[in-house]
Design a protein around this ligand. Structure first.
Ligand SMILES: [Zn+2]
Length: 504
């Protein structure tokens, strides 16, 4: 089966199909519509390679995201930045989504802060002689920095063993040797790097600072301490990244450089203020920001280079004034971290184990009547010109890796998007209907539909195929009912845009 080039006017054709499919539930009009032949994706049955092989193996994830959180990290700091109270908000959000495993740690000592900063400056901040990074002399704010820095240091040490650890902290990279600004008081990145460099086995540390602003404090301390050879510091804020394309070119180069230098660990600031809607940011949209995190985790953790990551900046607020847009971004980062952990665990796993502990999702068996009802729809296809070449369904979470439903759902969605994108480029595409709920419904369905009409290539051996995947909690419908109702939910605009790329 060859690849089918679309014709001009493709999108209009898709819309008319959508219209017909929506109006005519039976699908007969859909079949008689000449546009059907443009609904073409080529290739063999995709059902078996929809998900990476690791997903079919099943495995056991020992830990959720190891998160070094303590209530004492959070302290209202007043002023513009929400970062003082962000650790608590983020941690609460992650707990609600069942993403984290909390790990206890100690606050950093004043003496250790003084190994990186001017001892007098440190003393003055705690005594209230000079203002902290938030521009006040609040003793509680100063005290909270011992916990945020302690969290970063503990996460960094933990990552050496666990591969990936998180510190839900902010407020580091503008803190210089004896000065501060931009909501940063002490440089937790440098305290962590300094601690790690005491170990014999650590020769090189990468600091990947993807906060939108320049890591000037970090830079100053590195130079002052003469650590240029042992710390590779890259801060997107020093670059002129005018658009997302440049951003990813930069990121790619940085990752290559760090890997070539054999860094032993990466401290990653996953700043939310790189978002283009951030009042102090940024050029990336939500999908690009998500892609940034995916790339970073995959390029390092999956290659055996540990990452300790933290939150850094983020200043968006919703209409009610809450920081929910920032929470969304940090949650996505956490989900990507988990996805990479799960892949890694899967690659090491050699045995199957179901992760279901939750009664609601455990061992659901379909009764005979439901099965009959589903399969009855197969017969209905025989009376239509549309052929059902393939139909299958399975429990969405069955045999998947251990983790929360949220993290697995996220992994599945990211994977579907990637595959759709990949297939679009190689003309072996498929489409999936985005579920309106998250986590994903409990069943995943797939169908391959064929049309008897030749495709736009004019080659009489080419036939149109529509491969479609969707999720649902409902399983009692007949196949044809399901398929034709789901056709009305296909995102034709997005699909058509993808197909528009095949023009040669
Ligand atoms: Zn920033």
């Amino acid at each position: 089966m060859g690849f089918c080039a679309p014709r001009v006017g493709l999108k209009c054709d898709y819309r008319s199909v959508l219209f017909l499919a929506t109006v005519c539930h039976s699908g007969f009009l859909l079949l008689s519509c000449p546009a059907w032949q443009y609904l073409t994706v080529c290739g063999a049955c995709w059902a078996h390679n929809l998900l990476p092989s690791s997903f079919h193996k099943g495995s056991f994830l020992k830990h959720l995201l190891r998160t070094f959180y303590d209530d004492r990290m959070s302290c209202p700091s007043g002023g513009y930045s929400p970062s003082g109270e962000k650790p608590a908000s983020v941690y609460k959000d992650w707990v609600q989504h069942r993403l984290v495993k909390r790990v206890a740690f100690d606050p950093i000592s004043i003496e250790e802060l003084q190994t990186v900063h001017d001892p007098e400056y440190v003393q003055d901040v705690f005594s209230g002689e000079v203002t902290n990074g938030h521009g006040n002399t609040d003793a509680a704010v100063a005290e909270s920095t011992r916990w945020t820095v302690g969290s970063m240091v503990a996460a960094a040490e933990d990552a050496l063993d666990s591969g990936l650890a998180c510190s839900p902290s902010s407020g580091f990279h503008h803190a210089g040797y004896s000065s501060n600004h931009g909501f940063c008081t002490f440089n937790g990145l440098m305290v962590a790097a300094n601690r790690l460099l005491q170990r014999d086995e650590i020769n090189k540390i990468g600091i990947l600072d993807c906060d939108w602003h320049a890591g000037d404090g970090t830079d100053e301390i590195i130079r002052k301490s003469g650590l240029q050879d042992s710390i590779l510091h890259f801060s997107s804020g020093f670059q002129r990244l005018a658009n997302s394309r440049r951003y990813f070119v930069w990121l790619d180069e940085v990752i290559k450089t760090m890997r070539a230098a054999h860094v032993d660990i990466v401290l990653y600031q996953a700043g939310a203020d790189a978002h283009r809607d951030d009042p102090l940011g940024g050029v990336l949209d939500s999908a690009e920001l998500s892609e940034r995190d995916r790339v970073v985790f995959e390029q390092f953790v999956a290659q055996g280079i540990p990452i300790a990551w933290n939150l850094a900046g983020g200043y968006q607020r919703d209409a009610e004034g809450s920081i929910s847009p920032v929470l969304d971004i940090h949650r996505t980062t956490a989900l990507h971290a988990l996805a990479v952990l799960q892949e890694q665990q899967a690659n090491h796993a050699s045995w199957r184990q179901s992760f279901f502990h939750d009664d609601d999702y455990s061992g659901h068996r379909m009764d005979r009547a439901t099965m009959d009802s589903i399969w009855k729809g197969r017969e209905m296809f025989k009376s239509r010109k549309l052929s059902l070449n393939n139909f299958g369904f399975e429990q969405t979470y069955l045999n998947h890796l251990e983790g929360s439903l949220e993290s697995i759902s996220h992994t599945i969605m990211v994977n579907l998007e990637q595959r759709q994108h990949k297939r679009a480029c190689t003309a072996r595409g498929f489409t999936f209907v985005r579920p309106g709920v998250f986590p994903l419904p409990r069943y995943r369905f797939q169908a391959t539909l064929g049309s008897p009409y030749p495709t736009a290539t004019g080659d009489s051996s080419d036939y149109s195929r529509l491969q479609i995947c969707w999720f649902s909690d409902e399983i009692g419908l007949a196949i044809d009912e399901m398929v034709f109702s789901v056709l009305g939910k296909v995102d034709w605009d997005a699909t058509a845009t993808n197909y528009d790329r095949y023009d040669g």
